[in-house]
Design a protein around this ligand. Structure first.
Ligand code: ATP
Ligand code: MG
Length: 414
């Protein structure tokens, strides 16, 4: 039989990889709690409609990337490609519209059928936050500050740049769209095939194209900033003012558009030049139109999501935990005693590795492999005197200790 492989674009998280992931999640959750954002978990699959209606029929996710299947009951379901739509669905199904503002932090796997490469997987993981029910620009400022605090706590903020843009309100977008299409029509034949289609269906997305020729054409396109309504301009100015009050640095990127249809006003990304082509680690924006698209009352919202894989590539391995102590039983009676001694030490908070079988030599080999600080031997001699032998594994020195004094003696290895 051929060697079993994981599905393309998925990966096993083992040992240090898993630890790096968990560290990102724990860190993000702790910072979010400090901002008053509590935990939320929604299912990994939803009715396909939840995403199809909200992400936009022409978005990359809906046209190319969704894992959609018909289940045994005949329902069309989709593995979530992102977190926001499911959370807004949860607000509606839970009848939480009267409990605004809602402030949440989530973490979990997302699924997109993309071409796998470094920093781009088919099952990847995100942490994210949502602030629902706040229409004021201070909401945008808060979630961006929360993003920066999270990156700071992970030690990666200095490696990133905050890029900021506004997508305006719907009047601004309509005016800009017209100007953009008029400009791009002059280059229709030179655009990539994808962008020629976007020109008819969703021209704004051409600004986000990764194609080299498209990028060159887009470089001279009209600027969104020139088409903002007064209201939209005032909103953007307030967000910028708030960020400046907090002392955070940012760059305006007029080409920054979000890939999803439900965004308006603020769009932002924290990018890095340390991950090659996959340079966006955290991305977010305002989505005031989303709940209405799902058939609910108009409800403002703003949030962001960050890729855990990309974050942990930046943070490197998580710091090692405390070194363990190996408890090694020798012979039948020794092994029996070792189980009890190990349990007692664990209950007192020591990090203990128990050898399951095989005596002294094997136990020491294992202790060496896991980087244990000390080994506790329990053999016939030790049992006869109600004691243990403790070996310091760094200098090899050995001490006979009574079981009654064992914890005191091991305190230095904690
Ligand atoms: P990209 O332009 O890289 O495709 P996106 O706009 O599709 O990103 P978002 O939907 O904004 O990404 O997701 C937020 C974050 O989630 C990204 O900035 C990235 O860190 C991470 N992310 C998105 N797609 C993937 C993926 N396929 N594999 C790993 N991480 C991903
Ligand atoms: Mg994408």
């Amino acid at each position: 039989m051929a060697k079993l492989q994981p599905v393309r674009g998925t990966r096993d998280l083992i040992g240090d990889d898993s630890r790096a992931h968990l560290r990102v999640i724990e860190c993000a959750r702790a910072i979010a709690e400090g901002y008053g954002y509590g935990p939320i978990e929604t299912p990994v699959f939803e009715f396909t409609d939840v995403f199809q209606r909200t992400l936009g029929e022409t978005s990359d996710i809906v046209t190319k990337e969704m894992y959609t299947f018909v289940d045994k009951g005949g329902d069309s379901l989709t593995l979530r490609p992102e977190g926001t739509a499911g959370i807004v669905r949860a607000v509606m199904s839970g009848g939480l519209q009267n409990e605004m503002p809602l402030k949440w932090c989530y973490a979990g796997p997302m699924f997109r059928h993309e071409r796998p490469q470094k920093g781009r997987l088919r099952q990847f993981h995100q942490i994210g936050v949502e602030l629902i029910g706040v229409a004021e620009p201070v909401g945008d400022v808060e979630v961006i500050a929360l993003a920066a605090a999270t990156l700071e706590a992970l030690g990666v903020l200095p490696a990133t740049t905050l890029e900021l843009n506004t997508l305006g309100d719907s009047d601004s977008r309509a005016a800009y769209r017209e100007a953009l299409v008029a400009y791009l029509e002059g280059f229709r034949d030179q655009l990539s095939d994808d962008s020629q289609q976007r020109l008819d269906r969703n021209p704004l997305r051409i600004l986000d194209s990764k194609n080299k020729d498209d990028k060159a054409i887009v470089a001279d396109a009209p600027s969104f900033g020139d088409y903002l309504t007064q209201d939209a301009q005032a909103f953007f100015d307030a967000v910028r003012g708030g960020l400046e009050d907090l002392g955070g640095a940012y760059q305006i990127n007029p080409r920054l558009v979000r890939g999803l249809d439900y965004y308006c006003h603020t769009a932002f990304e924290f990018t890095t030049d340390q991950l090659g082509a996959q340079g966006t680690v955290l991305a977010g924006g305002r989505y005031d139109g989303l709940m209405e698209m799902m058939g609910g009352p108009p409800t403002p919202g703003v949030g962001w999501a960050a890729g855990i894989e990309r974050l942990s590539m930046l943070t490197g391995p998580a710091p090692a935990g405390p070194r363990p102590i190996s408890v090694i039983g020798i012979g039948e009676a020794g092994e029996k005693a070792a189980l009890k001694v190990a349990q007692d030490l664990r209950q007192s908070g020591f990090v203990i590795e128990l050898n399951y079988r095989g005596g002294l030599k094997r136990g020491l080999r294992r202790a060496d492999k896991i980087g244990a600080a000390a080994a506790v031997f329990l053999g016939e001699d030790e049992l006869a005197r109600d004691g243990a032998t403790v070996r310091n594994l760094d200098d090899g020195s050995q001490t006979d200790v009574s079981l009654a004094k064992l914890k005191d003696h091991l305190a230095e290895y904690r």
